[in-house]
Write a protein of this length. Structure first.
Length: 267
């Protein structure tokens, strides 16, 4: 018998982060926003509304909906609990209850009903919609904790710039302003909606209520690309795609394709 020879243990710091905490570190801004926000900072921006907008009528559209943290949380909760297989008008009672809980009058109901129906009927990959996707093939608020080893900026920037990806130039340029240390640890977060069509394709949806303009003409592809670049949503898309891909691979269910599509709530 003799004393055990215990090898020296090397301790390393295990870091927990989220998309928000990474994207908040840029060459322009370096403040930390926390690890698990319900909505991102861009959706929490409050804009002062004219009196004519505050005094709502049924003629107002979702573009007139008040902005700010409460509004963003309200819209996200409506979409989280919405039954996409039924029309919005069939769920009026639950929708009114959510609006009132966040302090919004029932005058906003027509605009919200219209927005929810547009969302459920919007064409996704391979022509399917949330309305024709069975409940068992949809998962709202999918949480994940993703282990990352040396998740670093030089590699990310090279990846985003690959020609075959054909990413908008705004995304490639925006990646150069990111400024965070290489991550060896865990990324956590929640995906608003993960669904699978009948061909096995996986579609990830993250609802955004960013305000881009007073009507649908302001929501052009160029304007949305600029907003996605400014707030680094392309990075969020990559993190979500990695998380869901690993989820399926570890369960020996390789997905045919993972498509990340951002659906603006004001669309």
């Amino acid at each position: 018998y003799h004393a055990a020879e215990i090898q020296p243990r090397i301790f390393e710091q295990i870091r927990y982060a989220s998309f928000t905490s990474l994207s908040s570190h840029t060459t322009e801004a370096t403040n930390e926003d926390g690890t698990k926000p319900a909505i991102d900072a861009a959706e929490a921006t409050t804009i002062t509304l004219a009196k004519s907008v505050i005094e709502t009528t049924s003629e107002h559209s979702i573009h007139d909906f008040p902005r700010g943290t409460q509004a963003g949380l309200c819209l996200h909760e409506l979409l989280e609990n919405f039954d996409f297989t039924q029309s919005a008008s069939n769920q009026t009672q639950a929708i009114v209850s959510t609006l009132q809980r966040y302090g919004f009058a029932t005058e906003w109901l027509p605009a919200v009903l219209s927005m929810l129906d547009v969302t459920r009927l919007t064409t996704l990959s391979n022509g399917h919609t949330l309305a024709n996707t069975p409940a068992e093939q949809r998962l709202p608020e999918m949480g994940f904790t993703l282990h990352m080893s040396n998740f670093n900026l030089p590699h990310l920037r090279r990846w985003f710039a690959q020609n075959h990806l054909q990413l908008p130039q705004e995304f490639i340029a925006a990646a150069k302003s990111l400024d965070f240390n290489a991550l060896s640890g865990f990324l956590n977060g929640f995906i608003d909606m993960t669904c699978q069509d009948n061909q096995g394709n996986i579609c990830l949806i993250d609802y955004k209520s960013n305000y881009l303009g007073e009507n649908e003409n302001a929501y052009t592809e160029s304007a949305m690309n600029s907003a996605m670049a400014e707030h680094h949503y392309y990075l969020q898309a990559l993190v979500f795609a990695i998380a869901v891909s690993r989820y399926f691979v570890t369960r020996c269910i390789p997905p045919n394709q993972i498509t990340v599509r951002y659906q603006f709530s004001h669309d």
